[in-house]
Design a protein around this ligand. Structure first.
Ligand SMILES: Nc1ncnc2c1ncn2[C@@H]1O[C@H](COP(=O)(O)OP(=O)(O)OP(=O)(O)O)[C@@H](O)[C@H]1O
Ligand SMILES: [Mg+2]
Length: 283
């Protein structure tokens, strides 16, 4: 049975897509069977995994929206495409993705499947075919696709660019996780919080010191916000900033396929090992 992990945070440009595509690549290179699901209208994950951009009309009208529209009539398997990464498949986002919320409402009316539980139901059809399912999500706080991703997931990872708003973004996304757990009587584990694009600036050093060393909230008011509730959740293998990530969009490939030794890529490889340890502890 596949373990499903969503990469979620409401804030834009936090490193969700970079994390989803590179982690999927590292997992596949480690011999795992991986399915990636792109729920974002921007379709960046689709581009990195397949090399096709949103306007290139690839995939024969078989994207996530089309899968929802045909749900119950045609197997989910028919909407899964190969990628440039050996061992990884994808359910793509296409130019019909903006129509999904409406389509989910229609599906709820005609089939009784709750709009927020569509992915949970659909992915169950292919759970035996994969070791891991990774879902990339849009930069939205509480939309129906973010809810779908979280409810389909065993774990979520919250990537964060360490800046002034990062604690708020983290709390909002984790708050949604807890709200959905209650509302749908389910368990969604916060696997970890992942600092991304880390460079040696005063601000990131401040947050990292806070998170990993100084958790004394009396001395430092921000410690109460980040370090105390989330300190243990921070991944030790955070992701450094590096040019290879920008270059990878030119090549339309995950950076790990271009140069595994580049700093951010080595970080994603180390992160995968840490994730495996955390999941083992969680069992
Ligand atoms: N480790 C890194 N080093 C350098 N640049 C990075 C790194 N990670 C991400 N970036 C860059 O930061 C930008 C945002 O990253 P990404 O697209 O992964 O974020 P996102 O959370 O998916 O954004 P959105 O919310 O728009 O979907 C991109 O231009 C990406 O190339
Ligand atoms: Mg993205």
């Amino acid at each position: 049975m596949a373990v499903c992990i969503s990469i979620v945070v409401g804030k834009g440009g936090a490193g969700k897509t970079t994390t989803c595509t590179n982690l999927a690549t590292v997992m596949a290179q480690d011999g795992c069977r991986v399915l990636v699901v792109d729920t974002d209208t921007q379709a960046n994950t689709t581009m990195f995994m397949t090399g096709y951009k949103l306007n290139e009309k690839a995939f024969g009208g078989k994207g996530l929206f089309d899968m929802i529209r045909a749900y119950g009539l045609i197997d989910v398997k028919n909407y899964i495409h190969p990628t440039q990464v050996e061992g990884a498949d994808i359910i793509v986002s296409n130019d019909a993705t903006p129509l999904i919320p409406q389509q989910l409402e229609t599906l709820e009316k005609v089939s009784g499947i709750k709009a927020a539980e569509f992915l949970l139901n659909a992915l169950a059809q292919v759970a035996e075919d994969y070791d891991y399912i990774l879902i990339d999500t849009p930069p939205a706080q509480n939309d129906i696709l973010v809810q779908n991703a979280m409810l389909a997931s065993d774990h979520i990872i919250i990537p964060l660019k360490l800046d002034e708003q990062c604690v708020d973004a983290l709390k909002l996304s984790d708050g949604l996780r807890i709200q959905l757990e209650k509302e749908y009587d389910t368990e969604i584990n916060l696997l970890g919080v992942l600092p991304t694009m880390v460079e040696k600036t005063a601000l990131t050093s401040y947050y990292l010191d806070l998170a990993f060393a100084n958790t004394d909230s009396e001395e430092n008011p921000a410690a109460e916000d980040l370090a105390v509730p989330y300190g243990e959740k921070l991944f030790k293998n955070y992701i450094h900033k590096g040019n290879v990530i920008n270059e990878s969009s030119l090549y339309k490939k995950p950076a790990v396929l271009l140069n595994r030794r580049a700093k951010p890529c080595a970080d994603y490889i180390a992160l995968w090992n840490e994730i495996k340890e955390r999941m083992a502890e969680n069992e």
